[in-house]
Design a protein around this ligand. Structure first.
Ligand code: GDP
Ligand code: ADP
Length: 186
């Protein structure tokens, strides 16, 4: 059987990664989303095992110490990581596995999985990025400030990625992602 592939999505908080991925996954059942582990508190409506596996600091450190994370990083005061075993199993089964992760994690994956396709999602402007984070209405002022600060660092690194796509018009961005993705994996 053919080996699967890793597809990495990175981009500043609020750019629309989650929304784009939901549409992409609904349209392409052959894509599998990796569910991350995080120490962040669940947002309203987030479900354990579907959006994230929610753990405490001690549990997260245990996962690092026992090599159970494929990559991990601290982001805006919380830890996030990709559970290794499910991803390795899905790749061995020939699946296309999607990781939605921040910059430091994407850099780690670049080292360990050089064949991974790395996509970066850009906002049309910094103002629109801030508007989207606020419209989502899920984060405290402090969390918003940390995310906006981190966004500048992430956007400055967009050139490191295989492809950068601006999420201005949603449908157009989705199409551009599909084109890039299926050109790379076919
Ligand atoms: N390195 C890494 N980053 C992750 C992982 N899961 C999520 N992230 C990233 O962590 C950041 C914060 O995620 P989250 O708290 O859900 O906020 P949101 O992106 O604003 O919805 C985002 O950039 C995510 O892409 C992971 O497993 N590893
Ligand atoms: N192309 C777009 N135009 C306008 N709003 C968008 C667009 N894409 C996403 N959004 C909105 O922006 C907000 C943040 O999107 P989200 O998917 O949560 O971002 P991320 O996962 O990157 O943090 C949501 O309210 C979402 O509906």
């Amino acid at each position: 059987m053919q080996m699967g592939q890793l597809i990495v999505f990175t981009g500043p908080s609020g750019v629309g990664k989650g929304t784009l991925l939901r549409s992409l996954l609904a349209r392409h059942p052959e894509l599998e989303l990796s569910i991350s582990v995080t120490t962040r508190a669940p947002r309203e409506g987030e479900i354990e095992g579907r959006h994230y596996y929610f753990v405490n600091q001690e549990q997260f450190q245990g996962l690092i110490a026992t090599g159970q994370l494929l990559e991990w990083a601290e982001f805006a005061g919380n830890y996030y990581g990709t559970p290794r075993t499910p991803v390795e199993e899905m790749i061995a089964e020939g699946k296309l596995v999607v990781l939605e992760i921040e910059l430091e994690g994407a850099r780690q994956v670049r080292e360990t999985f050089p064949g991974a396709l790395q996509l970066f999602i850009l906002p049309p402007s910094p103002e629109e990025l801030e508007r989207r984070i606020r419209v989502r209405g899920q984060d405290s002022e402090e969390a918003i400030a940390r995310r906006l600060h981190r966004a500048q660092v992430e956007i400055a690194a967009a050139d490191e990625f295989d492809i950068a796509i601006v999420n201005d018009d949603f449908d157009r961005a989705l199409e551009a992602i599909e084109t890039a993705l299926f050109a790379a994996v076919s």
